[in-house]
Design a binder for this molecule. Structure first.
Ligand code: ADP
Ligand code: ZN
Ligand code: ZN
Length: 702
């Protein structure tokens, strides 16, 4: 007997057949089964999506191909998991098959039934014992009163929860206890823990492994080898991993026994996927919690304004959708609770022009180092100088392919574009006029490191030896394991002063850092991006959180030309709530998120005109389509196409068009019509030259 089924396949959204395709099978296969099916000349991995469908009509039936192979050793993906994929596909306007298949470990795509069976029988998976969790293996510390109260609140309500806890307030302990409770209550239960960045996983993984045992915890992120990733995914899918800890991709992992979701540093922009389906792992986590009817716990010292607003009671002007939990104080270490660091603003207008590090700041760094403490200097630009220029003719080190300058890197004497990767040796003379004296504009971490070395040449460590300076940024950590090695140097006390980009501001538990300085934070005050102040505040709060975790008195220095700016004033008071209230007021007045919902349509082409024409045609056609539904047409604002802030990257011109609505549903209804329209338009002769289009729902970058 023939069984007809629809199989989800990794077909891109741009093709005309992005739906699941029909196949025949000789045996009945439950939905969710992984199969290998013929597609053109290839055999590809697919997921049985619908079964028992109407047989195709007689004319078509002979052309429908048969499933090649069934990966029977794996239990089918659950209906709940498939519903999650359907949501991500629908909400973010991306082909279902692509979303679902991208959520599987890449290695699974190339394994046939026998190879998979061998893997499953192999030692490497068997090592994850069936009962990977046998209770806590480490005695937890006694809870603080605050922590106990938070956990009690969590027990009394279904959530979702937003845990607002200052840095060092013991949020991780709350995650551990909440996890412990459900793992003990539910013998099969699984906990999903999301972190924004790969380099924060080892630290958290260690804490979960110490508490629940190595075998109970699986890490899932893109830094794993294909084999490790397959193993972790299988451990989650087979229910053997009781805790799955990972970056955004982990939110799509198959976890049949999910009982709790934790999203640490929920405000972090890294949770937003920037290619393929542009999902927000935090938002997907919330939806997943709703689907599975399990609590979701978001945690941050600086929550996103979206989450803050959602957790503000209706009576106070918020939405009252999440329960807000608070850990307002740092945890006491040895009796005394470490104070939050003192915030000091240095007025750079009063320093001699060209001052890099103000003398009082340098003196303070020297004192800290002399006491055996560490200092951390933050500058959000890597390289030596952001651009070179010729004072004679005005030549600048523009990238020929991007609307950006190439950055001077002194270490290898190169000019590098951080957008397209173009790298060349720095020219000896101006390429335009031959002038030998090229000048530099601005400063990056490389230069700061060099200047600091000179400035601290006279300073010394407690034993009289020279100060050790360590730079940590994307350049210093390019190689595998380099970041870990550098962080170990910091933890081991083998560095006195750290210079780095935001990479070092987040999450790390640096015990001996007592001084943090933001060298030039003002840029974030002037950006055209409406989220820039929110990001700057979060970054500085996070950076401040690196200071004084051990209980030593600590301080944060801000070098600014705007010492009176309200953002810095709020920071000085450690007043996130005050800052959030002001920002939300602005956003409400301007009708920006969370008071409206946005989607971006982006088009790439060789010329800006081609890209914009396409978007303009789309806008015109959409207005026509919406004309019969004036309510919907009114509810969604369609803006004219404009170039992106970064207009050209790698010789591709980029244009975008913004859709905005007060109502998520209305925006979704319009978006649902976009994909077929964008696809059809691009197939017309007028728009063939459009290279690609992209939909970004709830965009974070503009
Ligand atoms: P956060 O994640 O909020 O920044 P952590 O969870 O890292 O804070 O906690 C800060 C420090 O306090 C850590 O060293 C942690 O081990 C310690 N800590 C947390 N809770 C307790 C507790 N109940 N008793 C003792 N120490 C604790
Ligand atoms: Zn010149
Ligand atoms: Zn470039």
């Amino acid at each position: 007997m023939t069984h007809w089924l629809n199989v989800a396949l990794p077909l891109p959204v741009h093709t005309n057949v992005a739906r699941p395709l029909t196949y025949r099978a000789r045996q009945p296969l439950p939905a969710g089964t992984l199969v290998r099916v013929p597609l053109g000349q290839r055999t590809v991995l697919g997921i049985v999506w619908e079964v028992g469908i109407q047989p195709p009509d007689a004319a078509l039936a002979p052309r429908i191909r048969e499933v090649d192979d069934v990966l029977e050793a794996l239990p089918p993906l659950t209906a709940q998991w498939r519903a999650l994929m359907a949501f991500v596909s629908g909400y973010y306007q991306h082909a279902l098959g692509e979303v679902a298949l991208a959520a599987l470990p890449p290695q699974l795509r190339s394994l046939n039934r026998d190879q998979l069976d061998r893997r499953l029988r192999g030692k490497w998976l068997a090592a994850l014992s069936e009962s990977a969790f046998a209770g806590v293996v480490e005695t937890p510390p006694a809870l603080t009163t605050q922590q106990a109260r938070v956990l009690q609140q969590m027990q009394a309500q279904p959530g979702p929860f937003l845990l607002h806890g200052v840095t060092g307030s013991g949020k991780t302990e709350v995650y551990l206890r909440a996890a412990q409770r459900v793992l003990q209550d539910r013998p099969q239960g699984q906990v999903l823990v999301l972190v924004p960045e790969i380099n924060l996983t080892p630290q958290l993984q260690r804490r979960f492994a110490q508490r629940f045992g190595e075998d109970a915890v699986a890490a899932l992120h893109s830094g794993l080898t294909p084999a490790q990733r397959l193993r972790a995914w299988l451990a989650a899918h087979l229910g053997r991993a009781r805790v799955v800890l990972g970056t955004r991709v982990a939110v799509l992992a198959s976890m049949p026994q999910l009982v709790l979701i934790v999203v640490d540093e929920e405000h972090d922009a890294s949770f937003k996927q920037q290619e393929g389906a542009r999902y927000s792992a935090r938002d997907v986590a919330l939806y997943r919690g709703h689907l599975a009817q399990v609590p979701v716990l978001l945690g941050s010292a600086t929550p996103s304004l979206e989450s803050w607003h959602a957790s503000t009671p209706v009576a106070e002007g918020g939405r009252g959708r999440y329960v807000r939990l608070a850990l307002p104080c740092r945890v006491a270490a040895g009796g005394v609770a470490p104070e939050l660091p003192r915030i000091r603003r240095v007025d750079m207008r009063r320093q001699p022009p060209g001052t890099v590090l103000a003398p009082p700041l340098l003196a303070a760094i020297g004192e800290r180092v002399a006491r055996g403490e560490q200092a951390l200097l933050l500058l959000n630009r890597r390289g030596y100088a952001p651009l070179l220029q010729c004072p004679a003719c005005g030549w600048k080190s523009e990238c020929p392919h991007c609307s950006a300058y190439r950055v001077f890197h002194k270490a290898d004497r190169s000019l590098r574009c951080h957008h397209c990767g173009l790298a060349e040796r720095v020219p000896r003379a101006c390429p335009d006029c031959g002038n030998l004296d090229l000048g530099m504009l601005g400063r990056g971490t490389e230069q700061l490191e060099e200047q600091l070395r000179q400035a601290l040449a006279q300073a010394s460590r407690p034993d009289g030896s020279a100060v050790r300076i360590l730079r940590i940024d994307a350049d210093s950590t390019r190689g595998r394991g380099q970041l870990e090695a550098q962080l170990a140097q910091v933890h081991g006390g083998d560095a006195d002063v750290l210079v780095g980009t935001q990479m070092i501001a987040k999450g790390h538990d640096f015990r001996r850092v007592t001084l943090v300085a933001a060298v030039n934070p003002d840029n974030g005050l002037y950006s055209s991006d409406f989220r820039a102040p929110e990001r700057l505040f979060a970054l500085l709060m996070q950076a401040a959180g690196r200071a004084g975790r051990s209980g030593l008195d600590s301080e944060v220095w801000l070098q600014t030309s705007q010492p009176g700016h309200p953002l810095y004033a709020a920071l000085k008071r450690h007043d996130f709530a005050g800052f959030a209230a002001t920002q939300l007021e602005h956003r409400a007045q301007a009708g920006l998120p969370p008071f409206s919902h946005l989607a971006l349509l982006r088009a790439d082409a060789r010329t800006q005109q081609v890209a914009q024409d396409y978007l303009a045609a789309f806008a015109a056609r959409t207005r026509e389509l919406l004309a019969p539904d004036p309510a919907l047409a009114q509810a969604v604002m369609i803006y004219p196409p404009v170039p992106l802030a970064m207009q050209r990257v790698a010789s591709v011109e980029r244009a975008q068009l913004l859709l905005e609505s007060r109502h998520r549903q209305a925006l979704q209804r319009v978006l649902a019509r976009c994909v077929p329209l964008l696809r059809a338009l691009r197939n017309t002769p007028a728009h063939r030259r459009v290279l690609r289009w992209v939909i970004d729902v709830d965009p974070l970058t503009f």
